[in-house]
Design a binder for this molecule. Structure first.
Ligand code: FES
Ligand code: FES
Length: 163
């Protein structure tokens, strides 16, 4: 027997009120119910970071959180990082300039993780950026351009060749 709950929350600045099944995780809620498919699902058990979204400003793995647990929260997905008129955030712009994505599968999680990290650490070191994305797996880039983009978004530049 399915149990449902009525929840209200804010997603990318818009109020959402709906009924959700108790076992529906936040990632599936965002992707299936709200059609916000920018949030990707890789491992579905908290390892890859592809599903990372911001919940009340904190980077959260949406495959490990139930939709009902987001009741009353303010959720931001990758679709909510750019301005209303489509202007990219400085971090998104830096990703574009530094070619910090190839297939793009990890990119929403990288962007949301780094958005929260850079808000709290506006002048990080190369090493701190690497630690911040250590829970986000990228199969394509070798991470170097992602780190370069994150540092560029702070006005700093990556130390060439540092791993
Ligand atoms: S899909 Fe959530 S951490 Fe991999
Ligand atoms: S760009 Fe392909 S997984 Fe990171």
């Amino acid at each position: 027997m399915k149990h449902t709950h009525r929840i209200s929350l804010t997603v990318n600045g818009r109020p959402v009120e709906t009924e959700v099944e108790d076992r529906l995780h936040l990632a599936d809620f965002l992707r299936r119910e709200l059609k916000l498919t920018g949030t990707h699902l890789g491992c579905e058990h908290g390892v890859c970071g592809a599903c990372t979204v911001l919940v009340d400003g904190r980077a959260v793995r949406s495959c490990l959180m139930l939709a009902v647990q987001a009741r009353g929260s303010d959720v931001t997905t990758v679709e909510g990082l750019a301005a209303e008129d489509g202007t990219l955030s400085p971090l998104q712009e830096a990703f574009r300039e530094h070619h910090a994505l190839q297939c793009g599968f990890c990119t929403p999680g990288m962007l949301t993780s780094l958005t929260a990290f850079l808000r709290d650490n506006p002048a990080p070191t190369d090493r701190e950026v690497r630690e911040a994305i250590s829970g986000n797996i990228c199969r394509c880039t070798g991470y170097q351009p992602i780190v370069a983009a994150a540092l560029a978004a702070t006005g700093d530049e990556a130390i060439e060749g540092e791993n």
